[in-house]
Design a protein around this ligand. Structure first.
Ligand code: SAM
Length: 290
């Protein structure tokens, strides 16, 4: 520490050069890492691109990062080149654990790999606060992982996540749009969602069928008060029959007309017209037993 560094300033992590290690194509060839479709394996091999994603994540010095699905390590290297204090990467496919050995060695103690199914791991248990998640998510488990993390979003500084574009469109959708649905409401209730970049299939090896979008989610400072389970129940009922008027689709939850009146929503409204504040008001009315 130099004389003018405040005592509580996070230590600057040692420099890490993502390009100093063997190229990712060589790592894949050497370890025979053919992509497994069932595990959503579409790799980013361009380190300039992974660098752009991590710059968009805006990781503050001293932050501990969790990455889900490091694969051959393109994004992993970029995270290590950021000011992140440390990185824990959770990978389900054993083949990559050995292949990541060079990165672990070059990371000088800042990287550890956990071999596990990310659906069974709570990142909050892996690293201390302040913490962030950065991941090019396996598409087959992306939505359940996001829902799990949103439940404790206040425990994170940010989540920077790659989704297939159609899912990202739902996260970014506003009332009245075709993509607006349950996931839009639940996500925007708890988080601010910012699009970072959209990538064509050719950016990946092997290319997926669809475009992908990286979004950055940060916890909303003052989310509308509502209880998580009731919010899930109300949005499930409302969007389960999205073409129907809410006075019809909410019947399973009680006196639909009274609930809508208590929430200040016209009985003829449809789910896609109601904003987050409206759904939270409905959830409160349900919880209050109206
Ligand atoms: N991060 C790498 C990249 O950007 O090139 C790989 C991304 S690839 C889209 C998804 C990764 O998640 C793969 O490495 C895959 O093995 C891993 N994966 C799939 N399902 C997983 C799960 N349930 N838990 C942890 N990792 C998983």
């Amino acid at each position: 520490m130099t004389a003018d560094t405040p005592a509580d300033a996070p230590a600057t992590p040692p420099a890490f050069d993502p390009f100093a290690l063997p190229p990712l194509r060589e790592v894949i060839a050497r370890h025979g890492l053919g992509a497994r479709k069932a595990l959503g394996q579409n790799f980013l091999l361009d380190l300039n691109l992974t660098g752009r994603i991590v710059r968009g994540a805006a990781i503050a010095p001293g932050t501990s990062v969790v990455e889900v699905g490091p694969g051959p390590g393109g994004l992993t290297r970029a995270i290590l080149a950021s000011p992140a204090a440390r990185l824990v990467a959770v990978e389900r496919d054993t083949r990559f654990i050995e292949a990541l050995g060079d990165v672990v060695a070059a990371a000088a103690g800042r990287l550890s790999i956990v071999e596990a199914d990310a659906l069974t791991v709570d990142p909050v248990d892996l690293v201390p606060a302040p913490r962030a998640i950065v991941a090019n998510l396996p598409y087959n488990v992306a939505t359940p992982l996001l829902i799990g993390w949103l439940k404790r979003i206040e425990d994170y500084a940010s989540l920077t996540l790659m989704f297939q574009k159609e899912v990202a469109d739902r996260l970014l959708a506003r009332p009245g749009s075709k993509s607006y649905g349950r996931l839009s409401v639940i996500t925007n209730w708890r988080a601010e969602v910012q699009p970072l970049l959209t990538l064509p299939p050719q950016a990946f090896t092997p290319p997926p069928k669809v475009e992908s979008t990286v979004v950055r989610l940060t916890p909303r400072a003052n989310p509308e008060p509502a209880d998580w389970r009731t919010m899930e129940a109300v949005t499930a009922a409302a969007f389960g029959q999205r073409r129907k008027m809410l006075r019809q689709s909410l019947k399973a939850l009680g006196n639909a007309e009274a609930l809508l009146a208590a929430a200040g929503i016209p009985p003829t409204a449809r789910a896609e017209e109601v904003d987050v504040a409206g759904f939270a008001a409905l959830a409160r009315a349900v919880k209050d037993g109206i």
